[in-house]
Ligand binder design. Sequence first.
Ligand SMILES: Cc1ncc(COP(=O)(O)O)c(CNc2cccc(C(=O)O)c2)c1O
Length: 459
Amino acid sequence: LRNHLPTADLQRLDAAHHMHPFSDGDELNAKGARVITSAKGVMLTDSDGAEMLDGMAGLWCCNMGHGRREMADAAHAQMLQLSYYNTFFQTSHPPVIALSEKLAELAPEGMNHVFYASGGSEANDTNIRLVRHYWAAKGKPGKKVIIARKNGYHGSTMGGASLGGMSAMHAQGGLPIPDIAHIDQPYWWGEGGDMTPEEFGLARARQLEEKIAELGEDRIAAFIAEPVQGAGGVIVPPETYWPEIQRICDAHEILLIVDEVITGFGRTGTMFASEGMGIRPDIITVAKGLSSGYAPIGGSILSDEVAETINAGGDFNHGYTYSGHPVSCAVALENLRLMVEEKVVETVAADTGPYLAEQWGTLADHPLVGQVEIKGMMAGLVMTPDKASRAAFSTPAGYVGLKCREHCFAGGLVMRHVGDRMIISPPLVITRSEIDLLITRARAALDATLVDVQKRGLM
Ligand SMILES: Cc1ncc(COP(=O)(O)O)c(CNc2cccc(C(=O)O)c2)c1O
């Protein structure tokens, strides 16, 4: 597995044979990738033996932390028992049955059926086809349009990337696919102007009602949104936003898809963010924290009404080879068992989440920081040259963010940048002392970035 090659050799082979996601290949290959070789708890180790605090839980997914032996044992046992069988052709297997039963137990009331995928993008592709099939089964085949939001993120398949509102993704591959519409995001700091957050939240939610009227309710199938935008930069919507979205979905015959790929399984301090934010989904997209990243798995948790309509609608001609993969299901089941047994979500809600909020909040006094936002254990801050005017830096978006990210890595912390916002989403098992380490390293990176910014005369 090439675990013990020197870094330079690993980087050379990586550059020669591996195409990376979301990367500028030549730039990365000239520099050489950072090679992560092992991880334990919240700590990563790279091929030079350098240790880093994994402030991003991998990619928002390692909720239970890295290197849990119980997960390896669950995978090993299942591989020996039944390493693969499909769930097509009227077959099933105990791991997918047990996981589905567990998800029905953990999901919000009245959501008792799961369709599986290998990740969040595939699950959202399922959702596009499923909601269109749902309305056809209801005798309203014209209801095809799905409304989503600019700067939302729903994956990188043709469907997922089309639902997403990232223009750089749409520019490659002729996206979005037909019958996908976007409204603005509820990002007050960047787009709120002179409105109060409360006014802004209502205004942005009402764009949904305006879009429904513009396109015609008889053409709209669903609205999809993340409770809190993740890859968009941890955008926590104003309090007024979601109740208004819910009112609009209730008032008009459209399904509500809540994409909880990031926010699901404890990330915001409740098992699902929907519960904590009073949202009543018809479909919940899940992935990431479902298995804590130990094995690829995603899915769509359906309301009873949606499931019953699909089940009564004849053949639903959709599915994947690895829908309900037995090893992924066994690993996910063990992940959820550990999460519940160790009361991880309760601890996030009552102890480490509030502590992280308190410590993350101290960064608001840093000269570079405009606003800090946090929901459970996903947090963001925006860097600005002028807090009062909420100005952006004159450099291209992301220039200052990239500087800060490099200072983080140099200081032993993985913190993500989205534009000039810095974001964290640590493993939910992070302790108070590890939070202290995270904050110390984040502040040091902000200090070093401030020096860079002042040297360049950016503030
Ligand atoms: C809300 C949401 N929905 C769907 C997906 C797609 O899941 P898959 O990747 O498993 O197909 C995601 C994934 N989120 C994601 C994936 C890759 C990178 C980053 C980033 O923040 O840089 C975020 C996501 O955050």
